[in-house]
Design a protein around this ligand. Structure first.
Ligand code: COA
Length: 475
């Protein structure tokens, strides 16, 4: 019996070769099926429909052609180099297929097939890993949905669509969760560069992916991770620390409850570990934690669209007193308690509110606020040297059109960009407001439907700012 071996160390060849997996010139689908609805059929269909421009080689000994593409009985007979092999044959055939891939000298492998260590079949999993490592071929999986990358329009998975495009790389230990979350990206305009399902992570683990995204992939500027557990903790910490200057990393760690730990064990065979131990490791790793799935996206969205918050003075500008109070509570919860508005700024802000408005922080422009007041107050605050960033809150009123407010916030976003300060919006209301909020995100301004979520996002930008103050900003 071969005994392997979670990742022995961070391997530079893996970091180099991951580009062949996310940006391949050619893809072979081994186990491409003639039958619509089978996973092996859907992967080929997704590659075609996703708009992938490289060559696609379906492999199936029983078929001549699938979806108009010529089929080959074995990968070794493909008359071309193959960068990426996606494996969708049943578990008992996988080992032979991996040997064929090694002989063919493919550059990277993704094994979608289930039925390995997650069900106790560790031996066979170890054997395929051994072959891949001997030939220095990075292997993602087994037991995964696949990989998706917007930069190459690669949907090498059985998830129905590529995600809404952006700069977040989503790395997930759960495959099905990924499929659901891709739908969310379109609904809420959370832009992703890449989606990787790592399943049993028999070979490639979080670590090398994190370094790849930090150092080799200009399409990514933030990593969002759904983690159940890792048994390569030391490497994880090392990778995150190496990546931290270039890549903010947000992690949602699951399985902290008693039964959650058991569920984790039977899902991906990982040890969940205690919240305290993981919390300490994350701190050491310069990782920013998320408290749930929504928060993972919220925080990653802000980190992918806005610069870090460089000091603790966040100004909250609102047209609703209640929303301001909620934001004040949330600011404390997320480690950026509100401070008084600097005196000269308070004076300047009086131009943008009626006499009964408030220049204290939160700044209340009152229900009379129009888009011009919003623009004036937000830009005035952003330009003030002591202010680190602004959270602008809008409650839908009969005297304002949400889209007009959003347009002015986007315009203020240009000033924020010039000042290199974060601007975050919170838009509270119905359908029209949601539309305006989504539009804002398309313009690069993170926008949330409640103050707590907006402040959590700003809190994440402050956490990243503090990390960079400790380790130094990128030159
Ligand atoms: N090389 C290439 N193709 C081969 C082959 C070989 N050596 N041997 C058989 N095939 C073909 C089959 O003929 C079939 O094509 P066909 O439908 O045109 O006949 C195709 O490969 C698939 O094989 P099949 O036996 O029909 O398997 P399947 O589609 O029922 O199941 C998996 C295969 C991989 C999908 C299944 O084993 C599995 O693991 N499912 C779970 C996947 C999953 O959930 N992953 C984790 C997500 S989080």
């Amino acid at each position: 019996m071969v005994i392997i071996v979670k990742i022995p160390e961070i391997r530079e060849y893996v970091i180099e070769k991951l580009e062949y997996i996310f940006n391949p010139r050619s893809v072979a689908v081994i186990g491409a099926s003639r039958t619509p609805g089978k996973i092996g059929h859907e992967v080929v269909k997704n590659l075609l429909e996703g708009g992938y421009k490289g060559k696609i080689y379906p492999i199936n000994p029983k078929a001549e052609e699938i979806l108009g593409l010529k089929c080959y009985p074995n990968i070794k007979e493909v008359p071309d180099e193959v960068d990426l092999a996606v494996v969708v044959v049943p578990a008992p055939i996988v080992k032979q297929v991996i040997k064929d891939c090694a002989e063919k000298k493919v550059k990277g492998i993704v094994v979608i097939t289930s039925g390995f260590s997650e069900v106790g079949n560790r031996e066979e999993e170890d054997e395929i890993v051994k072959i891949c490592r001997e030939h220095q071929i990075p292997l993602i999986g087994p037991n995964v949905v696949g990989v998706l990358a917007n930069k190459s329009k690669l949907n090498a998975s059985f998830a129905p669509d590529l995600p809404y495009a952006g700069k977040i790389a989503l790395i997930s230990q759960s495959g099905a969760l990924i499929i659901g979350l891709i739908g969310w990206t379109w609904l809420h305009r959370v832009g992703l560069s890449t989606v990787v399902s790592i399943g049993n992570k028999a070979d490639v683990d979080f670590s090398e992916l994190i370094i790849y995204f930090a150092e080799k992939d200009p399409a990514t500027n933030c990593a969002a991770i759904y983690m159940e557990g890792t048994d390569a903790g030391r490497e994880f910490v090392e990778a995150c620390r190496r990546a931290a200057k270039k890549l903010p990393i947000v992690v949602l760690k699951a399985g902290f409850s008693k039964r959650g730990e058991l569920a984790t064990m039977s899902h991906t065979g990982s040890m969940a570990g205690s919240a305290r131990i993981y919390g300490a490791a994350f701190k050491q790793a310069y990782v920013i934690q998320a408290k749930n799935l929504e928060d993972l996206y919220d925080r990653a969205l802000a980190l992918s669209l806005q610069p870090p918050l460089k000091n603790d003075l966040v100004l909250v500008i609102t047209n609703g007193g209640g929303a301001g109070v909620l934001a004040t509570d949330a600011a404390e919860k997320y480690g950026i308690p509100l401070q008084d508005t600097p005196k000269d700024l308070a004076e300047a802000l009086k131009k943008y509110m009626p006499p009964f408005g408030s220049t204290k922080n939160p700044v209340d422009l009152t229900g009379m606020a129009n888009e011009a007041w919003y623009y004036g107050a937000v830009t005035e605050a952003l330009k003030h040297p002591e202010v680190g960033g602004v959270v602008v809150i809008y409650c839908h009123t009969a005297i304002t059109e949400p889209m007009k407010i959003a347009e002015k916030i986007a315009e203020a976003g240009k000033v924020a960009k010039e000042m290199n300060k974060p601007l975050i919006a919170c838009m509270i209301g119905g359908e029209e407001v949601e539309k305006a909020s989504n539009w804002l995100k398309e313009q690069g301004i993170p926008s949330y439907p409640i103050p707590d979520r907006a402040m959590s996002a700003m809190g994440a930008l402050r956490e990243y700012g503090r990390i960079l103050e400790r380790i130094g900003y990128e030159k």
